[in-house]
Design a protein around this ligand. Structure first.
Ligand SMILES: Cc1cc2nc3c(=O)[nH]c(=O)nc-3n(C[C@H](O)[C@H](O)[C@H](O)COP(=O)(O)OP(=O)(O)OC[C@H]3O[C@@H](n4cnc5c(N)ncnc54)[C@H](O)[C@@H]3O)c2cc1C
Length: 299
């Protein structure tokens, strides 16, 4: 297989034996046998159609900030965007970002051009690709509000442009979660605004995050989706699980909606805490907590 892959991707971008803990904000996860850094849509088209033809499993990695990778690692190929696939362009009120660009960088670029609408995204540690897949959001903002169109690639390497409606954005979800599309580029329409005010709003939201969230520990942000009519963190706290710990994984004292790695957690510890929390909240309140985070590989 690698004989073909090497005809598409230069060898220095085919990386073997990568520790996934180095690529996830939880800082856990075993080895990925192979990770390929993608620098163009042409490369991706050739690679994807080939991998699908030979039925080779693969996973698109963003910034690994909503991801729990098992301790025994992942047997498929990890594809990660790199270099030119992280570019951001601003033209008038239109901002386009390649999938690998970080949300925080896109938000800063928008601020520098006096464009408002992405202030909410400045503190979300994901890529813009991962951001549209999950319809990332915070403090009354979400990707759905700013996305005009998303360029995607299907399993045969064909490119399509999906408009906002076709993306079927919902709470922490979009059509990409149910279809095998890869996000290539996100085109956003923002509003003209005042650079100082945009910057001040970003700083306010960052301060709010620091005061409410356990940012001193590795995590993947909110572990669970907000169940209809409830707040996950409140239910977990009321179930008596604040500070609940297995190994190095813990329900954060500062915010019960976060499971954190206190330093030496394994992915199995984190998963056990998640399952225990789900069970106890279900028993006590008859509410099902659905994980927001994505699980990958063998635990
Ligand atoms: C401290 C902290 C705070 C956070 N705060 C928030 C918050 O306020 N709001 C919020 O919504 N989230 C928050 N998150 C969660 C996370 O940052 C977001 O969900 C983010 O959008 C995930 O993006 P990512 O690039 O890291 O995706 P990853 O974790 O790498 O991947 C997540 C999923 O998206 C898929 N994916 C990634 N890129 C692509 C692509 N180009 N094409 C197709 N599929 C792709 C992956 O295959 C995977 O299924 C927080 C996380 C942390 C650690």
């Amino acid at each position: 297989m690698y004989d073909y892959v090497k005809t598409v991707i230069p060898e220095e971008r085919i990386l073997f034996h990568r520790q996934m803990r180095d690529y996830t904000t939880f800082r856990v996860g075993g080895e990925a046998g192979c990770m390929i850094l993608i620098q163009s849509e042409e490369e991706l088209a050739k690679l994807i159609s080939y991998l699908n033809r030979v039925e080779q499993e693969y996973f698109i990695l963003g910034n690994g900030s909503n991801l729990l990778v098992g301790d025994k690692g992942y047997r498929g190929i990890v594809l990660k965007f790199d270099g030119p696939m992280e570019q951001i362009a601003v033209e008038g009120t239109r901002v386009s970002a390649k999938a690998g660009a970080l949300l925080s960088q896109v938000a800063v670029a928008a601020r520098e051009h006096g464009l408002s609408g992405l202030e909410f995204a400045a503190g979300i540690p994901g890529s813009i690709g991962g951001g549209v897949v999950m319809n990332a959001g915070a403090y009354d903002g979400e990707m759905k509000q700013v996305v005009e169109a998303v360029r995607v690639m299907d399993r045969d390497g064909q490119i399509a442009t999906l408009d906002n409606d076709t993306m079927e954005f919902g709470y922490r979800t979009s059509t990409i979660r149910n279809r095998a599309f890869i996000v290539l580029e996100v085109i956003m329409r923002l509003a003209e605004g005042d650079r100082e005010q945009i910057g001040a709003k970003m700083e306010d939201l960052a301060a709010l995050r620091r005061s409410k969230q356990p940012l001193e520990y590795p995590s993947a942000g909110s572990t669970f989706k907000r169940p209809k009519g409830y707040y996950a963190g409140k239910l977990i706290m009321e179930a008596g699980l604040r500070g609940y710990r297995i190994g190095g994984a813990q329900v954060a004292n500062k915010h019960c909606g976060f499971v954190v790695n206190t330093g030496n957690a394994t992915a199995a510890d984190i998963r056990e805490v998640i399952e225990e929390v789900q069970e106890r909240v279900k028993d006590r309140f008859h509410v099902t907590l659905e994980p927001e985070i994505v699980f990958l590989g063998d635990f």
